[in-house]
Design a protein around this ligand. Structure first.
Ligand code: ADP
Length: 247
């Protein structure tokens, strides 16, 4: 595969904090429409990799090519416009707004109900909100204030707030943390559906969930790739068992 055929090509990525290499000469490649899960012990550098991709942290060395564009020199908002969406671990939705309004304010054209222009909602926005709401299992709750949703529903809503911006790459940090078993199952379903239009990069600890969703798994340790491949491949890799799964 030509390098620019990958949705994301991370090569030689390195970042040092006061001489400590949190990410150390890391390379990995994402194909369009795959679900990749990054696993590894605490402190392995997983969150820092997502911070580097979305421009929150600047690389000391290396390159991040996304749809043929170099991200390492771009500002955070330019990276968002290039098509990278990032969800942090804790859900952050507008509690006082309804599900509909949370999705509406996230629509990329800046349509908003925060002012007095609610009556101007155009058909394209309504259609996008309703379509995303169905995907995230919240279509029956469009009029519900987000503050009344369960923790899991808030997580889905936040994923929806990203989906409505149509990012080519969606990055999720422990999306099922705090969810019930039933909600985890539905989240796996949700991620499968959205790979029709999006590539998904997930940090996750729950190995059952990793097995349910991952096309490929990248195992990180001390800022480097320790192992990579199918869930079965990495689960049976003695190095992975030694530093991560054996504990
Ligand atoms: P993980 O997500 O795999 O648990 P992190 O990416 O959060 O790991 O952290 C990797 C290492 O980098 C840790 O040792 C952490 O303390 C360090 N680190 C992360 N961000 C910073 C920072 N801004 N300044 C200094 N050290 C950092």
């Amino acid at each position: 595969m030509n390098k620019d055929d990958f949705l994301l090509a991370v090569e030689g990525l390195t970042v040092s904090f006061d001489g400590f290499k949190a990410v150390d000469d890391l390379s990995f490649y994402l194909e369009p429409q795959e679900i990749r899960v990054i696993i590894g012990p605490n402190g392995a550098g997983k969150t820092t990799v997502l911070d580097l991709i979305c421009g929150k942290t600047r690389a000391t060395a290396g390159s991040i090519r996304f749809r043929g564009k170099e991200l390492t020199k771009m500002k955070e908002h330019q990276i968002v416009h290039a098509g990278v969406g990032r969800k942090f671990q804790n859900p952050s939705v507008f509690e006082d707004l309804t599900v509909f309004e949370n999705l509406e304010v996230s629509y990329p054209m800046g349509h908003t109900v925060m002012g007095s222009l609610a009556f101007k909602r155009d058909a394209a926005v309504i259609e996008a909100v309703e379509s995303v709401a169905r995907t995230i299992f919240l279509h029956d709750l469009l009029a519900e204030p987000a503050g009344l949703l369960s923790h899991g529903q808030k997580q889905w809503l936040e994923i929806g707030m990203l989906l409505i911006q149509k990012p080519a790459l969606l990055m999720l940090d422990e999306p099922v943390a705090g969810m019930s078993v039933a909600e985890r199952k539905k989240t796996a379903e949700l991620l499968r559906v959205i790979t029709r239009d999006h590539t998904v990069l997930v940090i996750e600890h729950d190995m059952q969930f990793v097995g349910d969703i991952a096309d490929r798994v990248t195992v990180m340790h001390q800022g480097k790739v320790l192992s990579e491949g199918s869930i079965d491949h990495v689960k049976n890799d003695p190095r992975v068992i030694e530093v991560y799964l054996g504990h």
